[in-house]
Design a protein around this ligand. Structure first.
Ligand SMILES: NC(=O)c1ccc[n+]([C@@H]2O[C@H](COP(=O)([O-])OP(=O)(O)OC[C@H]3O[C@@H](n4cnc5c(N)ncnc54)[C@H](O)[C@@H]3O)[C@@H](O)[C@H]2O)c1
Length: 255
């Protein structure tokens, strides 16, 4: 039987691939057979790529600041050249800033919107153009949304706006690309125990217990929890899935 989830020979970019959810999803794609270029902000990206290669996986690293449009374009073009094409992109890089809304600094608003919304849209456009160049257009765009694509959260208005935008441009691009062999979908992780959330996972923070109590699965998520859905969305198994925003949240949304 054909393995619908096999990614052998597929070429992928994963932004934010040096740690947290992006790193785990990159690993998942490689374990399913893909070659991956991970993007990271520092030279550490090469150490992370090497650590994957040491495990027998096929990984290369590229240093890029995704807040800079010229660097985004150059890194995308370089990655496609390194891979010899492109089949999959996961837009996982993201940042968080916390201030009460009335005093939320505009500089932080702009930083969050640039990295979390503008960069994924820009890279999705570049990926779509690359996929459309193929004799038979084909490709998978996977965006990382959030619970805050669905509700507003507390003290994170820029993040909520950016992740609402990610869900919406995923649907908007889907309407134009689904008939052209390109799948664009998003994963909405729930509350995940990563570096981004150290302010919330501090047991002294009263929100730690409130959030944990609302997760039907009874625990915060991990990078490993993201692998299956990432492989599914990157593979032929999801060829008829378009414009979806899939919660991977231990049931948080439905409680
Ligand atoms: N942790 C959660 O609970 C959670 C929940 C929902 C969504 N998410 C989303 O998942 C994604 C990954 O989050 P995480 O929890 O792994 O966070 P993380 O902070 O551990 O990792 C974020 C990654 O983004 C990269 N990045 C940040 N700014 C960048 C820039 N300017 N240029 C290039 N790379 C940059 C970092 O280098 C890092 O690799 C983000 O989009 C985040 O918004 C996380």
């Amino acid at each position: 039987m054909t393995n619908l989830f096999d990614l052998t020979g597929k070429k992928a970019i994963v932004t934010g691939g040096t740690r947290g959810l992006g790193k785990s999803m990159a690993e998942g794609l490689m374990e399913a057979g893909a070659t991956v270029v991970i993007f990271g902000t520092s030279d550490k990206v090469h150490d992370v790529a090497k650590s994957f290669c040491d495990k027998g996986l096929d990984c290369k690293g590229l240093k890029v600041d995704l807040a800079k449009a010229d660097q985004r374009k150059a890194a995308f073009e370089k990655a496609v050249e390194m891979l010899g094409g492109l089949d999959i992109i996961i837009n996982a890089a993201g940042i968080q800033r916390r201030y009460e809304s009335p005093n939320f600094p505009m500089e932080d608003w702009n930083d969050v919107i640039e990295v979390n919304l503008t960069a994924p849209f820009d890279l999705s456009q570049m990926a779509a153009r690359e996929f459309l160049k193929k004799d038979v257009p084909y490709g998978k765009i996977i965006n990382i949304a959030s619970m805050l694509s669905f509700f507003g959260g507390q003290t994170v208005p820029a993040y909520a706006a950016s992740k609402g935008g990610v869900a919406q441009f995923t649907k908007a691009m889907c309407n134009e690309l689904a008939s052209k062999g390109i799948n664009i979908n998003a994963i909405a992780p729930g509350y995940m125990d990563t570096d981004m959330n150290t302010a919330l996972t501090d047991p002294e923070n009263p929100r730690f217990k409130t959030i944990t109590d609302r997760i039907p699965a009874g625990r915060w998520g991990t990078g490993a929890d993201m692998k299956g859905t990432a492989i599914f969305l990157a593979s032929a198994a999801s060829d008829y899935l378009n414009g979806a925003v899939i919660p991977v949240d231990g049931g948080y949304l439905v409680k």
